[in-house]
Write a new protein. Sequence first.
Length: 193
Amino acid sequence: MASFGAKNPYFCKVKEEPDGKLPVYDGEPVKIGRLVKADLSITMASGKLYADDELAESVEEFASGSLTMETDDIIDSVASVVYGTTVEEKTVHYNTKDDPPSGGLAYYKKLMRKRKVLYKGVFHPLVKASLGNDSASTKTDSITFGTSSTTFTVFAAANGDWRITEDFDTEEEAIAWVTGRFMPASGGDQPAG
């Protein structure tokens, strides 16, 4: 499998986290921006037990993850949803007391498998955002575009899921799956497909 594209990152706030289920989301998801890059790093908790001079037991379990996402831009109204900032008309206040909400994050990747283009939906049911670094540079004889960076801490949901993926034949199916992750269903579970 070769991955060569990624698009349409959506975020939606968590309304509630029912025991043993995926979160229930609050309202419509917001498109963060146009996706430039998404890098996932996971941390595994591990332990090994040696007995009689050999490895007797070994355990590795998901502890947390960090997803660094670059988008072309993040508009003010989206920043208020993702980071918990305050927006007053055209002014955005980033404050030390901002408390970014927990939410769900979904996007899809374009990939090729045996010379056939496929799309893989990626859904993290429970994340929390932190604002990434910001830089600006003066114009020279070449132009360097700046991007918006957000780091999402990835948590396991109450049912243990921390990432859900699904393959699709068409881009239309992938985008429908991405936005459909946040639709409420009975009992706190999201639609299966």
